[in-house]
Ligand binder design. Structure first.
Ligand code: HAM
Length: 404
């Protein structure tokens, strides 16, 4: 028997697919309230796109890409994340030349060749938002508050971790100070960190090795070495979050696994799902549009990992919606179908195609999660009426077909 690949799952279970659609529906509604509109980009892109954005020294590009040469001899890969493709589309479609702020959201499958375990898949889904053209720290606050709103709407508890990664004024200087610190501890740090020291030193700060972490407790902190602009913005951001009652932890070791960030970086963590606890992550990436050959454009975004939320989402008590149409008499099937099809133009409608007794239809309406069960039998045909049961408040009524 041919089986699905490791770390790649089917979503078949009724509960899971209901949760999945409920998540997309809720997140889409909230993103639209914040002024975002939908964008879809391809799942396959040139490998160079991710090398230049996510960064060659990152684990994602260095170890986890589904990369291959296609039949036209192009070096391509399945997208490991959504931001790079959205930025490419933004530049390719010349949105970087427009003066207006562009706010885009997307959802879809991402691919990372990681070691599969609970909450860590090789094919997974993200819901992401990217905002272009707004340098004001109010936008940083808005995106973080939007993630809060999405999680609150779904009944998900979280902890927010926040850091600033500085900008081109203060980061290079900090990097030198950190390299110096790593040099004086060269004997004691792990092999990975020795390599990171040469390729991307700030990534040492989230090394999983506990001995390294003991050493880095004394490492210089970027938070204390921010330039005036970054420092002012970070304080302004925390003030806005305070004003909106959103608590956070400042985590000076939060560096994120992708190289494109500057200034604000954040992660939402759940303590209820085991080791893979990050349920969303994001930050500012003011230099990325330029790196991908666009006009310099400030930008910020986030992505939520949908699979990690599945067991946390609290579904609404009743999901009943729309109508079920059933006929109790062979002669009524056509009319039930006709009225059902009309109603379908505006509402969710399920139509039973066979004449059955009332009990069978009520059962089918219940299974279809309909709010109303509408029945046409011999009497209703004669009287030109419809029998309706509201499956939420359990009331029954008979109304003229013309009124329906
Ligand atoms: P990321 O932190 O790499 O950021 O991924 C965002 C979220 O995707 C994670 O917090 C996690 O919930 C989920 N995720 C990541 N890898 C896996 C996996 N192997 N299996 C299941 N879920 C996973 C980004 O991807 C950035 N593009 C976010 C962003 C958007 N930054 C700015 N704009």
């Amino acid at each position: 028997m041919i089986r699905s690949l490791r770390g790649m799952n089917d979503t078949l279970d009724i509960d899971d697919s209901a949760r999945f659609s409920y998540f997309i529906q809720t997140a889409t509604r909230i993103a639209k309230n914040y002024g975002f509109r939908f964008i879809e980009t391809p799942q396959l892109e040139e490998t160079a796109l991710f090398k230049r954005s996510v960064g060659e020294s990152s684990d994602i590009v260095g170890k986890e890409m589904y990369q291959f040469t296609d039949k036209g001899d192009n070096d391509v890969c399945l997208r490991p994340e959504g931001t790079a493709g959205v930025v490419r589309a933004f530049v390719q479609n010349k949105y970087d030349r427009q003066e207006t702020v562009q706010r885009l959201f997307y959802h879809g499958t991402m691919f990372r060749y990681e070691r599969p375990q609970k909450g860590r898949l090789r094919q997974f889904h993200q819901f992401g938002c990217e905002s272009f053209g707004e340098a004001n720290v109010l936008e940083d606050a808005s995106l973080i508050l939007m993630v809060r709103d999405i999680f609150n709407a779904l009944g998900i508890n979280f902890t927010l971790k926040l850091n600033s990664l500085g900008d081109s004024n203060c980061m290079p200087q900090y990097r030198d100070t950190l390299i110096e610190f790593l040099g004086s501890n060269e004997e004691d740090i792990c092999e990975d960190c020795k390599r990171r020291k040469a390729t991307n030193p700030i990534r040492v700060l989230d090394c999983k090795n506990s001995h390294c972490q003991e050493i880095y407790a004394d490492a210089p902190k970027l938070m204390q070495n921010l330039c005036e602009g970054c420092d002012t913005d970070f304080k302004a951001l925390t003030n806005i979050l305070d004003e909106h009652g959103l608590s956070y932890e400042i985590d000076t070791h939060l560096v994120r696994g992708l190289d494109y960030y500057s200034k604000t970086a954040f992660e939402f963590i759940s303590t209820e799902i085991g080791a893979q606890s990050a349920i969303a992550g994001g930050g500012r990436y003011d230099r990325l549009v330029e790196f991908l050959d666009g006009r310099p454009t400030p930008a910020i975004g986030f992505a939520i990992g949908i699979e990690r939320l599945m067991e946390l989402i609290k579904m609404p008590e009743t999901s009943r919606e729309g109508y079920y149409f059933g006929a109790m008499d062979e002669n009524a099937i056509n009319l039930a179908y006709k009225i059902g099809m009309k109603k379908r133009q505006r509402d969710k409608v399920t139509i039973g195609y066979k004449a059955r007794n009332l009990k069978a239809h009520l059962k089918a309406a219940d299974k279809a999660d309909a709010q109303y069960c509408v029945i046409l039998g011999e009497n209703e045909l004669k009287n030109k009426t419809l029998w309706i049961k509201d499956l939420v408040d359990k009331t029954e009524s008979e109304i003229p077909q013309s009124e329906f």
